[in-house]
Design a protein around this ligand. Sequence first.
Ligand code: UQ1
Length: 440
Amino acid sequence: MMFRNVQKILGQGKRHFSVTTIKNDKFSCKLLVVGGGAGGCATAAKFSKVLNKNDLIVLEPSEYHYYQPLFTLVGAGIKNLEDSRRKEKDVLPKNCTWVKDKAAEYDPEKNRVYTEKGHTIEYDYLLVAVGLELRYDKIPGLLEALETPTNVCSVYSPKYASHTYEVLKKLSSGHAVFTFPNTTLKCPGAPQKICYLTEHYLRKHNRRNNVQVTYNTTLPVIFGVKAYADVLWKICQERDINVNVRTSLVKVDAEKNEAVFENLDNPEEKKTVQFSMLHVTPPMASPESLSKNKQLTNALGFVDVDKHNLQHVRYKNVFAIGDCGSTTNAKTAAAAAAQTNVVYQHLSAVMKGAPAPQIAYDGYGSCPLVTGGNKAILAEFDYDFVPLETFPFNQAKEMYSIYYLKKNFMPSLYWHLMLNGYWNGPGLFRKIMHFGLNKK
Ligand code: UQ1
């Protein structure tokens, strides 16, 4: 291919070359993976075992890669931010070409992606894995509140996660308020995990009687799966956590320690709440460079893929994995893990012109809901929000073992297996564990 020759002449087949100084380079490859997060990295690792280095490009601007499921524990002072961080160069597969740049525009008709630094990457196959962006800017006053340390915090960003613990350590009276946004979000359990961890911390330090705790969610329920929601309601009742549903954060005034909430069932009704801690889960959206492309995305800005094989509904050489896809599963690292092998098998078949394989994504998503006091329940469910549990015991019960799985076991599994392309989610274990049992 012409572009590949240009690349050879320019000597850019090496790993981790810098593209910062030269503009308007042209690259070409067989497979372009846009995004080096959980899904992009894990799927690139699988393809790096079968493609040549020059045939596999990963386009990713970040210097660091974060294991985001650890952020709630960072916010509660249980882990350090450094535990969640690795250099991107150390997690990308060795046998790929890293272009350290960001997608600016997609042209699926010409099989091209244009980058922010002015380069063009031509591909035969494209995997979009750009995730969701945190849009703190969408709520007036929020970004300013987070940028100058105040009582406002958020575990969702590596920039602000550690500050959550600073706020928590100082919290001794008043009102701790937690929010859940009115958009699609990643890790829908995290907004309440940090609430439970805070509540437990206050009790442990004998401050609970002086602090009111409120969880405000935009959803009509506390959790989308009834079996787990029932348990979570009970926990909130027993621990005196006020839960307000259909309640959406619309404004923050950090100087006055005031937050304004809207009743989603009656938008005229606004309530101003005084806080001594405000934990915000921000609105989220797929990156504008992607959502502005109407050929690739649906009305919500997500890559328009088939929910079972993750292939684009119109461009058969395009796939998506993880949070940026139009699939309606809970957007978690566990979901991305379960999607990697589906993408790998289906995309490989398309590359070879082989018939589509039988393997299908069932919407698996999971969320170890840390409830404080070294305990967690393990929510696992499918597209229909029906539990799809790995272990042959009742996972809706708070357990120490699940907490240790989340805190100590999952990070190793992620760094060593998933990012190297060896973890496809727990589907196989579920079948083994449930062999001979009736549980789904
Ligand atoms: C999982 O596969 C995964 O992806 C790496 C997670 O993300 C951190 C999880 O939290 C969980 C629970 C799973 C599912 C794995 C098991 C063993 C139930």
